[in-house]
Design a protein around this ligand. Sequence first.
Ligand code: PNS
Length: 163
Amino acid sequence: MDRNFSAVYPGSFDPPTNGHLDIITRASNLFPNIIVAVTDNVNKRHTFALQERIDLLRKSTKYFKNVEVLSFSGLLADYLKKINSFVLIRGLRALSDFEYEFQMALMNRKLNKKIETIFLTPDQSYTFLSSSMVKEIAMLGGSAKTFVPKCVELELKKRFRNR
Ligand code: PNS
């Protein structure tokens, strides 16, 4: 087995939150290399463009020596095969996440039988946090300061300034 593999933390990150950063921190302490894989799903409407999401993640993770931010399109299972990885990291905040995550983990394993999904739980202060809630708060004029990295806060302010 290649001991130098990268564990992959995939997601939309639209935008990245402190909850995502918490999971990246935990994963980076567990695995030698982490690839944060940002989905380039053309069927999904994102608030932030792919390159914006990548840039925000790169800024937010610049102090991690073993974290790289990349994008992928198509099936995640195929992407893992392509980069020779078999470990997926997903955050599990609450029981409500479980059904979707369980289904995804099993489907990914069906598509690529080598894949193992590792679930990490963020600090309990992030259990209620999601990108969509953060966007709603910013959109309605609230402050996202305590929920997201500084660069994301500034970008949210710019984005929803005129609403
Ligand atoms: O942060 P999200 O939106 O919960 O991330 C979901 C993501 C991007 C991990 C998932 O939608 C995904 O893997 N998309 C790629 C397409 C794919 O492989 N779909 C089948 C998943 S079982």
